[in-house]
Design a protein around this ligand. Structure first.
Ligand SMILES: *[C@@H]1O[C@H](CO)[C@@H](O)[C@H](O)[C@H]1NC(C)=O
Ligand SMILES: *[C@@H]1O[C@H](CO)[C@@H](O)[C@H](O)[C@H]1NC(C)=O
Length: 211
């Protein structure tokens, strides 16, 4: 376990904030209403955020560049005693050659991060680029209760660069289910949020299905 003071990183606080390759990711409980329904009657959401009090659904976009090393310090601030308060994050799709200890599955590569503690995940991405996602890997219901987000690795030498005008955080579109009831193994049913997009420029859209 490593404490979050290892890094002094300036982070943005908005929903669309990018997290650079070296960052603190705070895991918090809060109420959210992504489709207008306040789920507070049942339970909090479990959110990733860029401060110890504010989290978002989906979690903050994490971006990096092919060839870089990620230092992602996950700090557990969970308070809701009706839910699991420990956590862990899996970097879905990352190969993690030589750093499988940072893969995230609780009971496989690590113990859960306990409330009030943090864990520093470090891994290199020498040969991958594209759109990935991260999510809790501590029993399924925690990521269904919103602890998930997008991780994009840009290729500075993208062979398809001529096909689009821009490719930034505004072109990342996340499709996800959101449940009004708390989730047990994802077993509850709500329609996904509908997104409407109108642009005249060509964009490299990254659809991430985190259902
Ligand atoms: C959602 O419910 C919680 C708990 O009752 C409350 O604190 C919060 O203000 C509510 N949010 C909205 C937007 O109504
Ligand atoms: C993305 O790029 C477009 C085109 O340059 C720009 O208008 C837009 O503000 C950018 N969005 C973000 C979030 O950087």
């Amino acid at each position: 376990m490593l404490v979050s003071t290892l890094f002094t990183v300036t982070l943005l606080q908005t929903v669309s904030a990018s997290i650079v390759w070296k960052a603190n990711i705070h895991i918090v409980n809060n109420y959210i209403q992504p489709d207008g329904f306040n789920r507070s009657y049942f339970l909090h959401a479990v959110l990733a955020g860029t401060s110890s009090t504010v989290g978002t659904f989906p979690g903050p976009l994490i971006v990096g560049t092919k060839g870089s090393t990620f230092f992602l310090n996950v700090a557990d601030h969970l308070t809701d005693t009706t839910m699991l308060r420990s956590t862990s994050i899996h970097w879905h799709g990352m190969f993690l050659h030589g750093s499988s200890w940072a893969d995230g599955p609780v009971g496989v590569t690590q113990c859960p991060i306990s409330p009030g503690n943090s864990f520093l995940y470090q891994f290199s991405v020498p040969d991958q680029a594209g759109t990935f996602w991260y999510h809790s890997h501590h029993v399924p219901m925690q990521y269904c209760d919103s602890l998930r987000g997008t991780l994009v690795v840009y290729d500075p030498y993208d062979p398809y660069r001529h096909l689009y005008d821009f490719d930034n955080e505004s072109t990342v579109i996340t499709l996800a289910d959101w449940y009004h009831l708390f989730t047990v193994n994802g077993a509850t049913f709500q329609p996904p949020t509908v997104l409407v997009l109108l642009q005249i420029l060509r964009m490299f859209l990254k659809y991430v299905g985190i259902l």
